[in-house]
Design a protein around this ligand. Structure first.
Ligand code: TUI
Length: 316
């Protein structure tokens, strides 16, 4: 049993499931494992320079010959250079986050790259479609990391109604139930981040994986609203302190910004208690460490079974 959607044919992938491009998390090892398993693996360009991203692309190609993508975080100081690199390297798919990719889209499409921006509102998604985007990821605020204002349940069907290109749902999806629900909302696939944090091939510190496995439903918090870039992460000593600083009118924004600098790296590389453990609200549901292939096949098989069984609820 398999769910085939438009996005599978468009990208040449087996399963309509993307692994989110997570800063300090999504490198060649994880991305290639996801692509090799039939999903779309993504390398995060995060704030890294061209040399780092070029090396990850090369490494990914030694580990899989299946399609993969690069996620460009548009707040990166190297965004212009990475935008050119993906053209030079003939990367099959580019996703973007945390901003407006308008100035690059035309060049990417001309180079034959499939362009899939992350959108957090209908207006943004429509602009992306009008610029020729191949598809969009509609990401709700249940997601980990940088978040918009809309939640997945209301965002996805509204984006689907407004657009004719494929829509991938993201934010709060980590099992077959989430995948089935996304299709019911009109999506053509899903993007998952948090679930892949505990993939065997994900190279983050064990403390990070263990915190995800141990997390409960109410264990995430959004901080950074005052700074203009809200971020969802696990409640930790770091995030509580960050939140306190934000709620104290006497603490200047520069001091808060400084406190947060390097916190994601500390979490992913060192498992430090003062790290920022970005994670989605669905972390409470993620409770085992397993290979990416198992994650994908489990999610897709469960979704197939649920979608078949759903008809039993309908009385004609
Ligand atoms: O980009 C993400 N998630 C991220 S990026 C990131 S790195 C970071 N680190 C520290 C502080 C801030 C960021 C961690 N997580 N998801 C995709 C996403 N994009 N969510 C929301 C958006 C978005 C926001 C604004 C997309 C477009 C947008 O447009 C603004 C505009 O110009 O209209």
């Amino acid at each position: 049993m398999i769910i085939k959607s438009r996005i599978c044919d468009l990208l040449g992938i087996k399963y309509p499931i993307f692994q989110g491009g997570m800063a300090w998390v999504s490198e060649a090892n994880l991305a290639s494992a996801v692509s090799e398993a039939g999903g779309l693996g993504l390398i995060s360009a995060m704030n890294a320079n061209v040399d780092y991203v070029a090396a990850e692309i090369k490494k990914c190609r030694t580990m899989t010959d299946k399609p993969f993508g690069v996620n460009i975080m548009l707040m990166s100081p190297f965004a212009d250079d990475i935008a050119q690199l993906v053209i030079d390297e003939k990367v099959p798919v580019v996703t973007t986050g945390a901003g407006m990719p308008s100035k690059y889209i035309g060049k990417w499409l001309e180079a034959g790259i499939k362009v899939i921006p992350v959108a957090a509102s209908v207006a943004f998604a429509l602009r992306m479609q009008s610029m020729g985007a191949t598809a969009v990821v509609a990401e709700g605020a249940e997601s980990g990391g940088h978040v918009g204002e809309m939640n997945t349940m209301p965002l996805v069907p509204q984006v689907c109604d407004a657009l004719s290109i494929p829509v991938l749902a993201a934010g709060g999806i980590a099992d077959g139930r989430g995948v089935a629900a996304a299709f019911m909302l009109g999506a053509d696939g899903v993007q998952c981040g948090t679930r892949f944090l505990t993939a065997t091939e994900c190279k983050i510190h064990d403390n990070y994986k263990n915190k995800i496995v141990a997390a409960h439903d109410i264990d995430t918090i959004v901080t950074g609203k005052k700074l203009g870039h809200p971020v969802r992460s696990l409640k930790t000593v770091f995030s509580r302190k960050f939140s306190q600083m934000e709620n104290n009118a006497n603490v200047p924004s520069e001091e808060i910004e400084k406190f947060g600098t390097g916190a994601l790296r500390k979490a992913t590389q060192e498992g430090d208690s003062m790290g920022c453990y970005m994670a989605g609200e669905i972390a409470g549901l993620v409770n085992k460490i397993q290979p990416a292939k198992e994650i994908i096949e489990e999610m897709m098989q469960d979704a197939c079974n649920l979608m078949l069984k759903a008809g039993d609820l309908v009385i004609k």
